[in-house]
Design a protein around this ligand. Sequence first.
Ligand SMILES: Cc1cc2nc3c(=O)[nH]c(=O)nc-3n(C[C@H](O)[C@H](O)[C@H](O)COP(=O)(O)OP(=O)(O)OC[C@H]3O[C@@H](n4cnc5c(N)ncnc54)[C@H](O)[C@@H]3O)c2cc1C
Length: 352
Amino acid sequence: MNIAIIGAGASGLFLANLLEKLNINYTLFNKGKVGSKILASGNGRCNISNTHISGDKYHNNKLAISIINNNKNDLFKFFDEFKIYLKEDSEGRLYPISESSESILNILTKNIKNIVDLEITKIIKMNDYYKVNDYDDKFSHVVISTGSPSGMKNPKSLDLFKSLNINLNEFKPSLVGFKIKEKIKEISGVRCKAKVSLINDNKLIHEESGEIIFKDDGISGICVMNLSSYYNYLDNKNNTKIIIKLLDKEYDNYESVINPKLLKFINKNKLNYQKLEFNILNTYSLEFSQVSKGGVDIKLVNENLTLKNDNHIFITGEVLDVDGLCGGYNLSFAFMSAIEVYKEIKNEISNR
Ligand SMILES: Cc1cc2nc3c(=O)[nH]c(=O)nc-3n(C[C@H](O)[C@H](O)[C@H](O)COP(=O)(O)OP(=O)(O)OC[C@H]3O[C@@H](n4cnc5c(N)ncnc54)[C@H](O)[C@@H]3O)c2cc1C
């Protein structure tokens, strides 16, 4: 057995560590910096998982549900085995005790022996093995762990999917802020706590509370980013609004209650403190998003993450068309999908 893993991000690195345990030959191909999204995650603190993992935290979640059911317990078992010790915040988000993404990347890379800096654009099936690009080795299995274009200035080539005749579902930015129609430059930079609601054609789609951040031409913050993942699944995005409820009760004076810049803006525009309405033009682009909707359609893969038309090619992580909410759910999905592949490979060995 000789396995090509394409992509040394969260899922590729986790899988390589698990294959080390089985003593299996593998080569990890990665163009550019290894694990760059792990480093960027959680603002450098790495929100690695969440105590509330469940299928309802994911969109397009049929596959996520089976991956969670099969692998959630093992995820925490392997965190322990890799000596990744975690702490929990009040909302169940899990971080390394160091609060440093770098420490997670160090742990996941320290035992990896075989990383090749190469952008894979072609996977070729020969009789009973695979070649990637013109690389010399022959591989018995290929694992595609290439992630999504989210958060990247220069996304990698998607040509390898063409070489396998896979049409990807279009990548769309998720976990990202909204551009809005109203002019709000004067409150750019203001942060405050609020309840935010996504309204489409006068229907409530989703609501959450948390910190919001006003930008030059839009609104962001974790709770707003979560709304964006529901926005992606709307059939008709026209007439979609974000409604912000700043306060739970009324006051006789708001000077010490609301940020002065925001208060001035509200008064000038005669807005309602309990219901600030903004019309959504779009989300910000993929480059500014944390994850993507889109990628390999889940109809093309089995529950064990092999392609339906080729059971020696696996797909892991975010390149699958499954996207989770903010809170550690996306890294967890990437890791759990790697565990699924590890178990399949382990089974294959023991059945030989
Ligand atoms: C700014 C930011 C913050 C985030 N914060 C969090 C967080 O706190 N918690 C959370 O759960 N999730 C977070 N995420 C999302 C999370 O990082 C991703 O969902 C996760 O990293 C996906 O893992 P992956 O293995 O699928 O892909 P990635 O980690 O993206 O790895 C893919 C790797 O493959 C390489 N690659 C791609 N194509 C090729 C090719 N053709 N040839 C060779 N190499 C290739 C890439 O360069 C990359 O190194 C964040 C994302 C961003 C952008």
